[in-house]
Design a protein around this ligand. Structure first.
Ligand SMILES: [Zn+2]
Length: 356
């Protein structure tokens, strides 16, 4: 019998599972996952993937750790919130202490049609895990995954309810199941109706289990594996159910899909107008730069410091234009404005302090 490989020892409880095995573990260790969103879903999924030994993980997130995140975003602690660290950086710091044998890249950015393709070209993921909480990004990720034939592991959570779906190159995509972003989901968000931490943890664990299954399975076996079902649950009633998507997976049904059928990648090509601003919490708006540009943060920091106290680090510049209002500007010329009532008010502050 050959001697056990010491690099595998830490994963012994996992690869003795017949579904994974030593060969599956080696596949995980040489695979690359792109995790978009390091909020509640992303945190739990990332923790599982790092511990499972996924060899290279890229974390993309646009936000900063806040105290209100700590209820459910399990990679972060009070020190991260006090230091106002970007979530991508705080997640990388934590995950590299969890598993120093893997490589973690942190990208502080909002996923957009402009940067999505270059993220794939640079990081060459074998799998994308959707940890976001906004519809525009989810449909953009679906376009990106289908176009490049990369498996996509999707989940969504609200209040006590959640769902999980895995999209493989040979199966129905998100738009086969939900052809258009739902108007209701734009209104009902975790900020307006709340979210239970354990509900997120369940959805994210379903995602992580799917990611380990997909990355640990060889390509030929995966292509002939039974198409995934959609899992739904509600912790208020302790009910789980599985929806059989066989009809939607059928090639005749998929041929009608705008994304995986006719391959019009509307969200990725930018032909769908992307809002110039998006709601990111109650009383908070993110304003996007009109055109891609990079700000010199130190110069902006000293310019704004003439107007009042600023908080600045290598990732952002923050100031309080007036009591209760906070403006945070990132190097990619995005800004998050908190404490305002309307998008117009947020836009006005952006124009005044960041400019076009
Ligand atoms: Zn489709």
């Amino acid at each position: 019998m050959p001697a056990p490989d010491p690099s595998l020892t830490r994963y012994s409880r996992q690869f003795i599972l017949p579904a994974l095995g030593e060969a599956g573990q080696r596949r995980l260790m040489t695979s690359r996952a792109l995790v978009v969103g390091a909020g509640a879903l992303g945190c739990t999924a990332l923790d599982h993937l790092a511990r499972a030994g996924v060899g290279r993980i890229t974390v993309v997130d646009r936000d900063i750790v806040e105290h209100t995140n700590l209820q459910r975003q399990t990679l972060f602690d009070e020190a991260d919130a006090n230091a106002a660290l970007p979530k991508a950086i705080a997640a990388r710091n934590r995950l590299s202490r969890v598993n120093s044998t893997i490589h973690i890249d942190a990208v502080i950015a909002d996923l957009t049609p402009e940067n999505a393709e270059s993220l794939v070209a640079t990081h060459r993921p074998n799998l994308i895990l959707d940890g976001t909480d906004n519809l525009d990004t989810r449909y953009l990720l679906n376009d990106l995954a289908v176009k490049h034939a990369i498996p996509l592991v999707y989940a969504g959570v609200i209040a006590t309810r959640g769902m999980q779906l895995t999209i493989l190159p040979h199966t129905a995509c998100l738009r086969c199941v939900f052809p258009e972003p739902s108007a209701a989901a734009h209104v009902e968000t975790c900020d307006t109706v709340g979210v239970l931490g354990p509900a997120v943890a369940i959805a994210a664990s379903l995602q992580a289990a799917e990611a380990i299954r997909v990355l640990g399975t060889d390509a030929a076996a995966l292509a002939s594996s039974p198409p995934p079902s959609l899992t739904e649950f509600d912790l208020a009633t302790s009910r789980f159910r599985t929806l059989d998507l066989r009809k939607l997976h059928a090639p005749a049904a998929r041929a009608l899909c705008q994304c995986c059928g006719t391959r019009q990648f509307e969200f990725l090509s930018g032909s769908r107008p992307r809002p110039a601003a998006s709601l990111c919490g109650s009383g908070a708006f993110q304003i996007h730069a009109a055109a891609p540009r990079t700000l010199a943060l130190p110069a902006l920091g000293s310019q704004l410091a003439r107007l009042g106290p600023v908080q600045a680090n290598e990732f952002f510049v923050r100031l309080h234009p007036r009591d209760g209002v906070e403006l945070t500007v990132f190097a990619d010329a995005r800004a998050i404005i908190r404490g305002v009532e309307t998008e117009a008010e947020a836009r006005a502050l952006y124009d005044r302090y960041v400019g076009g």
